[in-house]
Design a protein around this ligand. Structure first.
Ligand SMILES: Nc1ncnc2c1ncn2[C@@H]1O[C@H](COP(=O)(O)OP(=O)(O)OP(=O)(O)O)[C@@H](O)[C@H]1O
Ligand SMILES: [Mg+2]
Length: 222
């Protein structure tokens, strides 16, 4: 049976928390499971588009990427034009609370993922996205949201913030991305983490767990 694409928006107002990384590794993992996946790059920095275009000759990035950064508050309409042609649309939102595209993407998202390094500065900045999600739920009541701890390290401060996240008001995903060079290598090489080979196995396993959790949240069977 033909279904419309499910929309996954990756949002956080602060720069450098892992939005593009989460977008691209998740999009690639879903595409490698034979889903039709589109990345909607809503950031004027166009990092997702640059990632895909760094792919080696003959080995394209597994998901399609479209640059929607000029549409700002009308991004949701552009995204909806692609609903019939994909199973998943992953939206890479730009940083900045004043930016209109995260608000626009949240209007149509089935799932919002907030990547969050467990550091005090990123934790405080995520309060802005909580507000955005609460407002978004008024318009889009079926929308789910989850925090994805990213760049997780084994320190007592990191563990203390993870405990705080349990009461943050947005559900904490059970997946985690640890701090690994494989995630940085994937960006530079334009590849998925799993295509990096055996050295990236731990990262590939983390991404696979994330893809499983996202599919389960969206009611897709494995
Ligand atoms: N789990 C991780 N382990 C190691 N490095 C990471 C991890 N997640 C992200 N990074 C690195 O952190 C930097 C910022 O990540 P990314 O570009 O995904 O953030 P962003 O939120 O999209 O930033 P911006 O707001 O500027 O768009 C990149 O160099 C990326 O490779
Ligand atoms: Mg980015």
């Amino acid at each position: 049976m033909h279904k419309q694409a499910r929309i996954i928006a990756i949002c956080h107002p602060k720069g450098g928390v892992g939005k593009t990384t989460t977008t691209m590794i998740l999009a690639a993992a879903l595409a490698e499971r034979a889903y039709r996946v589109l990345v909607a790059d809503c950031d004027a920095q166009a990092s997702a588009s640059a990632w895909a275009s760094a792919a080696p000759e003959g080995k394209p990035f597994p998901a399609a990427v479209v640059n929607l950064s000029t549409y700002a508050g009308k991004v949701h309409r552009e995204i909806q034009k692609h609903l019939d042609n994909y199973d998943f649309i992953v939206v890479d939102c730009p940083p900045g609370l004043e930016s209109l595209s995260p608000q626009s993407a949240i209007l149509v998202a089935d799932l919002v993922i907030v990547p969050l390094p467990p550091s005090p500065a990123d934790f405080w900045a995520a309060r802005g996205v909580k507000l955005l999600i609460e407002r978004g739920t008024d318009f889009n009541p079926g929308m789910k949201a989850g925090i994805l701890p990213n760049r997780v390290v084994r320190t007592s401060l990191s563990r203390a913030i993870m405990r705080e996240l349990n009461d943050f008001g947005i559900p904490l995903l059970s997946s985690r991305l640890t701090n690994r060079t494989a995630y940085q290598e994937a960006v530079v090489s334009g590849m998925s983490v799993s295509a990096l080979g055996p050295d990236a196995k731990v990262a590939a396993d983390e991404v696979s767990v994330l893809a499983d959790e996202v599919l389960a949240l969206l009611g897709e069977s494995k």
